[in-house]
Design a protein around this ligand. Structure first.
Ligand code: FPP
Length: 241
C-alpha cells in the first residue's frame, strides 16, 4: 500500500519486536538466529513505515531487563546493533536523501564504549533530518526513564530553579528520552503477548493497541498495513465522549 491508501495515519507508531526466540525454537535454531531474522524485519518495517509517511516510529530492541538473558544472546543482540550502526554510517548519504533521523532511547551508560560511540555518531550525523524520526529503544525501561525525569526536576527544585506548581505534564514530557516528539498513537505487539512490558508508559497514555499472533521475524508489510487499517477505524476519544 502507499500512504494515500489510508484515511488517517498515526503520527507515532511504537513496535515491540517480540517472538524472535520462539521463531528460532520452532526451527531448531539458536535464539540469536531468531534475533538475526528479527533485525531483518526491523529494517524492512522501518523502511516501509517511512515510505508510507509515518513520521515517528519507535522499536523496542533491548530492555533494561534483557541483561538477565544468557551472555551469548545479549552479545548477539549487541553485535546486531553494531552491524546496523556501521551500515547506517556507510549509508549516510542514502539515509539523508530519505530524511531519516535515528535516535536511541535508553540509558547508554551501560552500553560498551565502542557501541556508544557509534550510536552517538549516527545520532549526530542525522540530527538535522526531519522526514522520519526512527527511535530505537536500547537499554530502555519506562519506569527508569520517568524516575530519571523526576530526579532531574528535583535537582532543579533543590537548586531553587523550580517550584512544585511549575511541574506540568508537558514539563515531565520534556525530561523524557522522547522530548519534543509526539505521544504514541499506535502500539503494535506481535507474537500473541498482550502486555506493555515497561515500554513508553507515559508516552502511550492514549495509544491504541494492536496485537497479532505473528512472530516478529515473520511480520510483514501486510501485517503493518493491517495494524494501520485497524487504527484508522478506531474512535479515539481521549477521555471525552
Ligand atoms: C524479544 O523477543 C526480542 C528481543 C529482546 C530483541 C529484539 C532485538 C532485535 C529484533 C534485533 C534488533 C536489531 C536492531 C538492529 C535494532 P524474544 O527473544 O523475547 O522472543 P520470545 O518471547 O519468543 O522468546
Amino acid at each position: 500500500m502507499t500512504g494515500s491508501d489510508f484515511t488517517i495515519l498515526p503520527r507515532h507508531v511504537a513496535v515491540i519486536m517480540d517472538g524472535n526466540g520462539r521463531w528460532a525454537k520452532q526451527r531448531g535454531l539458536s535464539r540469536s538466529e531468531g534475533h538475526i531474522e528479527g533485525a531483518k524485519t526491523f529494517r524492512k518495517i522501518g523502511e516501509y513505515a517511512g515510505n508510507l509517511g509515518i513520521q515517528h516510529i519507535t522499536f523496542y530492541a533491548f530492555s533494561t531487563e534483557n541483561w538477565s538473558r544468557p551472555e551469548a544472546e545479549v552479545n548477539g543482540i549487541m553485535a546486531l546493533f553494531g552491524e546496523y550502526l556501521n551500515e547506517a554510517l556507510n549509508r549516510l548519504d542514502e539515509n539523508r536523501k530519505k530524511g531519516i533521523r535515528l535516535r536511541f532511547l535508553g540509558d547508554k551508560s551501560a552500553i560498551s564504549p565502542a557501541l556508544r560511540e557509534l550510536m552517538d555518531s549516527v545520532e549526530k550525523y542525522t540530527e538535522d533530518m526531519t522526514k522520519v524520526n526512527l527511535n530505537i529503544a536500547v537499554n530502555y525501561g519506562s519506569q527508569q526513564e520517568i524516575t530519571g525525569a523526576v530526579k532531574a526536576l528535583c535537582e532543579k527544585a533543590k537548586n531553587g530553579g523550580l517550584s512544585p506548581e511549575d511541574i506540568t505534564p508537558e514539563l515531565i514530557s520534556s525530561h523524557l528520552y522522547t522530548s519534543g516528539q509526539p505521544p504514541v498513537d499506535l502500539m503494535i505487539r506481535p507474537s500473541g503477548e498482550q502486555r506493555i512490558s515497561n515500554f513508553l508508559l507515559w508516552q502511550s497514555a492514549y495509544a491504541e493497541f494492536w496485537y497479532s499472533d505473528v512472530l516478529w521475524p515473520d511480520f510483514t508489510e501486510k501485517d503493518f498495513d493491517e495494524a494501520l487499517l485497524a487504527y484508522q477505524k478506531r474512535n479515539r476519544r481521549f477521555g471525552g465522549i
